[in-house]
Design a protein around this ligand. Structure first.
Ligand code: AMP
Ligand code: MG
Length: 304
């Protein structure tokens, strides 16, 4: 049995843990890779691909293959989810500060202007070039971590990894089986419990991504109302959700990430139909504590 090593680091504003049967040096390189991706894909990193797209005032911008792959997948999910998933919500998200420093909400007028910017935002792709209308802000926060997690797992496989688990703030990717020969078990956290606390179920995973979106991840309170970081493009406000936690399981972590965000926003029926369309499986927990999951999902409940 090969020995597992673990490393932790912060990027994309979350703590990332990688446990894998490779050397510590290989794990350090993986974290460095996370940093490289963040510098390309974060809308907050000056000079990143996304930053340059958002500041191009409607001009075409040349970007790397990763950015094109993400924007193409995002467009597919936007279309299939009838706009519930839309990277142009950046135009709305930038009106808010979800880190807790917010003292006032955006005005109706600001929201209305942002809505128009979002609704006019056509993302055009040609080869390695991207163009969005001036004033558009795109935000890959709902899809990028899933992609990065996949890429880091692939680079670990190239380093000889046969067994591992990566957790990037709710985006989990497993490599092979657990060293004991059984599938990895990925715990699903109760939305009401604090981080790293209670889990209500686990999903068996071998070489799959298991991605969870929840409104409990990031939120702030103002005047007794809780505002969180998921925007409903139909209302242009932090979504009033019936679903409190949405998990998607798929081979492709980028797709699973986008679908998990969509599943959180959409009506349950439509959300599960969306997953089926992409050959993914999911689990959704709603505000009434009812649980729904796809048929054939290898899920085990804590009380079983
Ligand atoms: P996740 O944790 O993957 O659900 O992603 C949440 C992040 O996705 C937010 O912090 C925003 O950056 C972004 N986001 C919020 N609402 C949407 C939406 N409707 N479509 C796409 N991305 C979104
Ligand atoms: Mg997501």
């Amino acid at each position: 049995m090969k020995e597992l090593n673990t490393i932790r680091g912060t990027f994309f504003d979350t703590i990332n843990t990688i446990t894998c049967d490779v050397s510590e040096a290989n794990l350090c390189s993986s974290l460095a890779l996370c940093d490289t991706y963040e510098q390309v894909l974060s809308r907050f990193a000056p000079g990143s691909d996304v930053w340059r797209i958002n500041h191009a005032e409607g001009m075409w911008v040349e970007v790397c293959d990763d950015t094109i792959t993400l924007l193409a997948c995002a467009e597919q999910v936007r279309h299939a989810s009838a706009g519930a998933f839309n990277v142009a919500v950046g135009s709305i998200a930038e009106l808010w500060d979800f880190s807790g420093r917010t003292t006032a909400l955006p005005s109706d007028e600001e929201v209305e202007q942002a809505r128009q910017r979002m609704e006019q935002a056509v993302v055009s792709l040609e080869g390695n070039c991207v163009q969005v209308p001036a004033g558009t802000t795109i935000d890959l926060g709902g899809i990028a971590k899933g992609y990065i997690c996949d890429c880091v797992a692939d680079s670990l496989r190239e380093d000889g990894a046969t067994s591992g688990i990566l957790n990037f703030g709710g985006n989990v990717v497993t490599i092979g089986n657990h060293p004991e020969g059984r599938p990895w078990q990925v715990g699903l956290q109760s939305p009401t419990a604090g981080r790293d606390k209670e889990i209500f179920a686990s999903i068996a995973s071998t070489d799959n991504a298991v991605v969870t979106s929840g409104v409990y991840e990031r939120a702030f309170a103002l005047n007794g109302q809780l505002y969180h970081h998921i925007i409903d493009p139909r209302t242009c406000y932090p979504a009033e959700l019936n679903t409190t936690s949405a998990t998607v399981i798929a081979e492709d972590g980028m797709l699973a990430d986008a679908l998990a965000t969509a599943l959180l926003i959409m009506e349950e029926e439509a959300g599960f139909a969306l997953l089926e369309q992409f050959g993914a499986k999911g689990v959704a927990l709603n505000t009434k504590h009812n649980l729904r999951y796809s048929q054939g999902l290898p899920i085990k409940f804590v009380d079983d």
